[in-house]
Design a protein around this ligand. Sequence first.
Ligand code: FES
Length: 104
Amino acid sequence: MIRVEFLANELGPAAGADAAPGDALVDVSDACRAPVSFSCRSASCGTCLVEVLEGAALLAPRKADESEVLDLFDAPPSQRLACAARLVAHGEGLVRLRWAGGDE
Ligand code: FES
């Protein structure tokens, strides 16, 4: 089991959920009503940008579509798209995230 926690921000209070390895981050976010804003949900707009504060190794590597958008935003390696990232297929631990889509 992987615990996924989202920090509070202007969108809402902190939220978290226990997730299974391989789960999509967007599904975990929806399930716990995380304070993350989504728009396209298909790795093209960057609205769901999140900063990975802990547990980056528990997220599967970026795929090409996610990398293209992150490159457009000059996102550092610590940032991911919540609509595109998945948890690794095997593992357990804690992933802590902060929505960064509202940053200028
Ligand atoms: S919601 Fe558009 S990139 Fe994730």
